[in-house]
Design a protein around this ligand. Structure first.
Ligand code: ZN
Length: 355
């Protein structure tokens, strides 16, 4: 069983099949879930007369409803069929995808033998999978979390990366779950992630709280705990920051900005009904604007797929969406090919390379 050190990982990327030359990552999608039990967000629908949908299997006759109220159907929130993942990754490859960052955190959101299954999917399809580690938001932490110190939690993350489990290693820390404001447990989790970053040289990928001030709070916290800002990715930008000035000031801190909600074309956002999910067109316009402001080298893309309705098998856009439908539209609104390649190849290569 290979055991790595910070020194021998330096300059390499770490996939579930072992370390690789970062140049071999190719075209990368930077925030996904191939296997996830996302029933931690299951909630009753806003219209109580629709409650019967909660227990139904996903099918064509309820799919239209599920696309809007996706967290009010239990079956929809469980991705556990590895054959579905394999089909999706074959399709991903046929559309030019080469690598994918799978950031399902430790704890109840993982399915049984998550790491072995991810390795199997990678071996079957030839797609590089970079697996996450670390802890999600306060309501979905593993049972051992409360009884462990920051140092002990950091050690779990460090072991996941350097030592691995059953010969399978994590290659990034996250998604680290944050609410707004940060809870005490989330501060503990962030501190352990920062410690592990120091000990391994891995990047940190953040799930921010649903408030425009959340990313700034997280950046301040990371800075004051001596984390490395330019080795940090703030995810879910589209559903977090709506004000362009705020987005630009976040970019100026040096973090990477992950536009990882591509493919969601339903504007109702059940996890924060008072806000909304921008359309793909709005997301692309924002990506171009922030690129034009000089931050192209900080942009990453993803779909954050966590439910059946977004898989091709169930009538969704699938993991290939960016390659199939988005990059062309970025060119159509005037982004240079060179800049698009930077977002899809160079930026992921840089952030996924251990330092
Ligand atoms: Zn996610």
């Amino acid at each position: 069983m290979p055991i790595y050190s910070k020194q021998n990982l330096k300059g390499r990327a770490l996939t579930v099949c072992g370390p690789i030359n970062p140049a071999d990552l190719g075209r990368v999608i930077c925030h996904e879930h191939l296997l996830i039990d996302f029933r931690v967000v299951l909630n009753e629908p806003p219209n109580k007369k629709d409650i019967h949908y909660m227990k139904e299997k996903v099918k064509l006759s309820n799919l239209g409803w599920i696309r809007t109220y996706w967290n009010s159907n239990e079956d929809n929130l469980l991705l556990e069929n590895i054959n579905d993942s394999i089909d999706e990754m074959i399709d991903f490859k046929s559309n030019g995808g080469q690598s994918l960052v799978e950031v399902t955190p430790l704890g109840p959101t993982r399915v049984t033998d998550q790491n072995k299954k991810l390795k199997h999917i990678s071996e079957k399809t030839g797609i590089n999978i970079i697996m996450g580690t670390g802890f999600y938001v306060d309501n979905s932490l593993p049972s051992y979390f409360n009884n462990k110190s920051v140092e002990e939690l950091a050690l779990i993350i460090i072991k996941d990366i350097l030592q691995g489990n059953s010969g399978i290693h994590s290659g990034i820390i996250g998604e680290v779950g944050c609410s707004f404001p940060l809870t005490d447990n989330e501060k503990k989790s962030l501190k352990s992630a920062i410690m592990a970053q120091k000990e391994t040289g891995a990047a940190i990928i953040i799930h921010p709280g649903r408030d425009e001030s959340s990313p700034a709070e997280i950046v301040d916290f990371i800075k004051s705990n001596k984390g490395v800002i330019d080795r940090t990715i703030i995810g879910h930008i589209e559903r977090t920051i709506y004000d362009y000035e705020k987005l630009e000031s976040l970019a100026k801190t040096g973090v990477y900005l992950n536009f990882d909600q591509l493919g969601i074309e339903s504007s109702y956002y059940p996890l924060n009904p008072k806000s909304y999910m921008p359309s793909d067109h709005q997301k692309i316009e924002l990506i171009k604007a922030i690129s034009d402001s000089g931050f192209n080298n900080k942009l990453l893309l993803g779909h954050d797929i966590y439910s059946k309705n977004r898989l091709k098998k169930y009538g969704g856009h699938g993991y290939s969406h960016t390659f199939q439908n988005i990059l062309m539209r970025m060119e159509n609104i005037g982004m240079e090919k060179r800049k698009i390649d930077e977002i899809i190849i160079k930026n992921p290569q840089k952030i996924l390379t251990f330092e």
